[in-house]
Design a protein around this ligand. Structure first.
Ligand SMILES: *Cc1c(COP(=O)(O)O)cnc(C)c1O
Length: 433
């Protein structure tokens, strides 16, 4: 597969180049030159296929020329070796639970796939790659876990001091080995700004191979298509019509992967992109004008994004045709008050505990259904135990920590505390790696 830069001022590249470099030299996002079309027989037979068969079929065209089939099979089977259950919340709305992976967030799929791709590419290469990533909570844990022990790759995670939940902090800071955590005295935007500056710093880039691990990287973005297929496998057992799918969105990488799966042939009736009050995309759908904003902090903090990177990819899938986009996708914004009220209402009516991100999606989908009467599902992107302050207060009880996360409680945090200054981080990188 050939990938081109959406800024169209950089050379075309293959999967390996795009995965290793993240962003194109013209600062554009990479995009596949063809959207692969899956056969009707493959779609009709999805319910009978294993997760690995689906993963290999969907990913083969994208990695062709860079990863041989047997390696892809290994990478996919290591990536999706946990459950993706579609759970009925009530008669109209189901929840695709994406939190059964090692760090209890959907980002595990992308992070695991990407880490294994880089590990494979590094096999015949003596250069060390350094993955530099800023996190508001979930990305850091998924990347740390995904890259732990991958040879030839050092991971440095910047997180804002005091702004991630206790479980998230343990996931980031207790891995050891090739994973280093920097506790930055500032907010998420400071961490993000420092990482961006590092990628532009000539001196640093001469001394080390730096790459990003956020959803602009195709090796993290593309495999997110898979769980839409896993959901559909389960959906067709109980339903004749294609689902409406609601995705809680921040950088819009997750929903963009779903839209890509649909463009490849997966039946989905409509997409709903639910945001919190960081509503530049809902506003864009209304006015046709895009205006980035400064991100406002909310209780669904993994979606506090003021200028979503992946929206340009969604526009490209629709070939910049705004009416066609609006026909397939809608976007709405949900406030913190509505989010809390939704967690409370759904819990008291059904006993199902939503996390704040899933609750944003539930509220958006249930309002959409009142007008349209279609059945569908939300993506439940994280386990509620990762956001205990909000959820436990609303439902009035403690959420038990799942067994597979209990080991974290005995671990000791290891992080280097630094001021929110690029120079401090740069000096640390040069000295420590
Ligand atoms: C990252 C994240 C999101 C947002 O996903 P995007 O791909 O950035 O739109 C939503 N919910 C949770 C829990 C997340 O960690």
């Amino acid at each position: 597969m050939i990938f081109y830069s959406l800024n169209k001022k950089a050379p075309d590249v293959d999967f390996q180049y795009a995965a290793v470099h993240g962003q194109a030299p013209d600062k554009g996002l990479y995009f596949p030159s063809i959207i692969p079309q899956l056969s009707k027989s493959f779609i009709d037979d999805l319910a009978n296929k294993s997760k690995v068969e689906i993963g290999v079929e969907v990913m083969t065209p994208y990695v062709s020329g860079s990863i041989p089939k047997d390696e892809l099979e290994r990478i996919v089977s290591e990536t999706v070796d946990f459950d993706f259950p579609l759970v009925k919340i009530d008669n109209y709305i189901s929840s695709l639970e994406l939190f059964h992976g090692p760090t209890m967030a959907f980002k595990d799929v992308g992070a695991r796939f990407m880490s294994r791709c880089l590990g494979f590419f590094n096999k015949n290469n003596s250069n060390k790659t350094t993955v530099l990533v800023a996190t508001s909570g979930d990305t850091g844990g998924a990347v740390a876990n995904g890259f732990l022990g991958v040879e030839g790759v050092e991971v440095v995670i910047l997180y804002p001091k005091g702004k991630v939940s206790p479980i998230q902090e343990l996931q980031l800071t207790t891995c050891g080995q090739n994973i280093k955590a920097l506790e930055i005295d500032g907010v998420f935007d400071d961490c993000q700004a420092i990482v961006k500056q590092a990628f532009m710093d000539e001196d640093l880039n001469k001394k080390m191979v730096l790459t990003s691990a956020n959803s602009i990287n195709i090796a993290r973005w593309l495999p997110q298509q898979l769980y839409y297929f896993f959901a559909y496998q389960q959906w067709v057992k109980d339903n004749d019509e294609a689902p409406v799918v609601c995705v809680p969105s921040g950088n819009f990488g997750n929903i963009c992967a779903g839209i890509l799966a649909n463009a490849s042939g997966l039946p989905i009736k409509h997409f709903l992109a639910a945001t919190n009050v960081n509503d530049e995309i809902p506003k864009f759908f209304q006015s046709g004008k895009y205006a980035p904003q400064k991100a406002v902090p909310t209780i669904s903090n993994a979606m506090d994004v003021g200028d979503p990177s992946n929206f340009v990819r969604i526009m490209e899938i629709f070939q910049q045709d705004f009416p066609a986009l609006k026909h397939k996708v809608s976007s709405v914004s949900v406030s913190d008050e509505e989010t809390k009220a939704t967690i409370a209402e759904v819990y008291s009516r059904t006993n199902y505990i939503l996390d704040p991100h899933g609750a944003v999606a539930y509220k958006a989908l249930s309002d959409f259904q009142k007008a349209n009467n279609d059945k569908g599902f939300i993506l439940e992107t994280a386990h509620p135990v990762k956001f205990p302050d909000v959820v436990e207060e609303v439902i009035g009880k403690k959420i038990p920590i799942p067994e597979k996360a209990q080991y974290l409680l005995n671990r000791k945090k290891e992080a280097v505390e630094l001021p929110a200054e690029f120079k401090a981080v740069k000096d640390w990188l040069l000295k420590s790696l």
